[in-house]
Design a protein around this ligand. Structure first.
Ligand code: NAD
Ligand code: SIN
Length: 505
């Protein structure tokens, strides 16, 4: 990893193929690195009118982009792929500065950007390939085609500020849609670098646009009349708001990728070393700030004592530090996230859970939003407990015990969320039972809850999503299936329906 510090300076919103700096904006926010509160990455002014301008540009660019051949659109994406690759180190550094993620982890994210282009072109496009159906009706052939939708609003989260929006942007563009992207206000520098890369790739003006802003800007974007689809990744609360605010916008498709409260079951026959390692990665990677993190571990009593002790000892030794130090864990995103994390330590205690390891704010050499991992032992399962059912989005794990697999599955399904579950057991029948009973979009066997594959769909049930899974399946909500019956034969008067008289000559 390079030690060069790449310069970041504010350039403006990217509208209709050029950067437009905000003059006389509606406000500004400071992009301060959570790893070092003295590191001001940039100051970002924002202007709500820019959202309207970006939507107009995207709508204007749409017909020409949509009518390019697939091969022509692929050429643009292949150029983008090369640029994603050549900017991976720079992108990783900006991700680290904006999010506090350690360098190694940010580089993994940066490298996923070009990988998404490969997966989309080589695999996901096959899901929407033209299909001809012989005799779709007697003697009439059918064709299934997928056309683009129009202008897609991509609203991004802070935790994967490049990879997750990119997971919507690439399929949207290849399918022939145009895009207006609003990155999280926590990670505007990452958003800007994405736009700089698009500028270098020389897409036609208006095909990709970026507008910076906060939640209000996101609200204005998703409500815009030119927007045909909303591809959102973020919290359940904001996803619900978007759904409510666009209830009468009948023409918009909503793909809502939302939160999680994911559970791992470790059964009596599990590979203990593997279950401990994978659960540590699941619970604490990205400082617990992944929708796919492991928040709950349900242990069979036969291994509970050993698992808990070894998990605790290993959690104590996880390294935490500035992104440049390449530790296991970086920071939480901001002061509000630290406050929420600390508040949940108290809520857990108040609700009768024992702190095996209490999470604290950590004072390090660099002043930032560092916290220690935490573990709570749940004495009694309670589906109404605020601690047991809320997404904390920090490095906390709740440990349960039961020897009854049915009860374990009840715990898994008890939070309203339904994103990921993991099962550690050698027993395939138990895995099959879980597949039948779990209300989740992803169920991993002997593998942790996080670290999703772009080759598979990624989406959840309940409060985690709206049945429009992303990743490999994103291409589906970026397109509309159009069915045609094609009949080249001349009119056959012997086939007219009873009771009709056409006075045929
Ligand atoms: P968030 O919901 O606070 O913000 C997400 C985005 O929504 C931001 O860009 C924000 O500005 C915007 N926004 C806020 N109010 C809005 C409104 N009224 N209308 C439109 N946009 C609005 O989420 P976050 O804190 O950035 O990210 C963390 C959350 O995202 C967690 O809940 C996590 O589980 C979830 N997440 C889900 C997935 C998934 O694929 N299911 C992936 C990553 C993160
Ligand atoms: C996320 O989308 O927040 C995480 C997905 C993953 O763990 O790979």
């Amino acid at each position: 990893m390079s030690t060069t510090m790449f310069e970041v300076s504010y350039k403006g919103d990217f509208i209709n193929g050029r950067f437009v700096p905000v003059q006389k904006g509606d406000g500004e926010f400071k992009d301060i690195s959570p790893s070092d509160l003295n590191d001001l990455v940039m100051t970002v002014p924002f202007k709500h009118d820019h959202i309207d301008e970006a939507c107009v540009a995207a709508k204007k660019a749409y017909p020409a982009w949509a009518t390019l051949s697939l091969a022509e659109r692929k050429n643009y994406l292949m150029r983008l792929k090369e640029l994603f690759d050549s900017h991976a180190e720079q992108m990783a550094q900006v991700i680290s500065r904006d999010t506090g993620k350690p360098s190694w982890e940010a580089l993994t994210e940066a490298k996923l950007l070009s990988g998404k282009i490969d997966v989309t072109l080589n695999h996901s496009l096959n899901l929407v390939a033209e299909e001809r159906i012989t005799n779709a009706l007697p003697q009439v052939d059918g064709v299934i085609r997928h056309r683009s939708r129009g202008v897609m609003a991509v609203v991004g989260p802070f935790n994967f500020p490049a990879h997750l929006p990119n997971g919507h942007i690439i399929p949207a563009l290849i399918a022939g849609n145009t895009v207006v992207f609003k990155p999280s206000e926590q990670t505007p520098a990452v958003g800007q670098l994405m736009a700089e890369i698009f500028e270098k790739a020389q897409f036609p003006p208006g095909v990709f646009n970026l507008v910076q802003g906060d939640g209000a800007a996101g609200g204005r974007l998703v409500a815009h009349e030119h927007v045909d689809g909303i591809l959102f990744t973020g919290s359940y609360e904001v996803g619900l708001k978007i759904k409510q605010e666009t209830l009468t916008h009948y023409w918009k498709i909503l793909a809502l990728e939302m939160g999680g409260k994911n559970a791992t079951i470790v059964w009596e026959d599990a590979d203990m070393d593997k279950a401990i390692y994978e659960s540590l990665v699941g619970a604490y990677m990205t400082a617990g700030q992944r929708c796919s993190c492991t928040s709950r571990i349900i242990l069979h009593p036969k291994l509970a004592e050993e698992f808990t002790e070894r998990f605790y000892q290993a959690a104590k030794k996880l390294t935490i530090g500035h992104w440049k130090e390449n530790t296991f864990m970086g920071t939480l995103i901001n002061a509000a996230a630290v406050e929420k994390y600390i508040r949940f330590q108290e809520i857990a205690n108040r609700e009768n859970c024992e702190s095996l390891m209490r999470g604290k704010a950590l004072d390090l050499k660099h002043k930032g939003y560092y916290v220690t991992p935490s573990i709570h032992l749940v004495k009694k399962f309670d589906p109404n407990s605020v601690y047991q059912k809320s997404e904390i989005f920090g490095p906390n794990v709740a440990i349960y015990q039961t020897d009854n697999f049915d009860e374990a599955m009840t715990i898994v399904n008890s939070t309203g969320y339904g994103l990921v579950m993991a099962l550690f057991s050698k027993d395939k029948a138990l895995y099959e039972e879980a597949l039948f009973k779990a209300r989740v979009g992803l169920l991993n066997w002997n593998r942790t809850t996080n670290g999703a594959s772009s080759r598979l769909p990624f989406g959840g049930m309940g409060k985690s999503g709206n049945d429009r899974p992303s990743a490999h399946y994103a291409i589906q909500y970026c397109t509309v299936p159009v069915a045609s019956l094609e009949d080249p034969t001349p009119f056959d008067p012997t086939k007219i329906l009873p009771g009709m008289n056409l006075d045929l000559k």
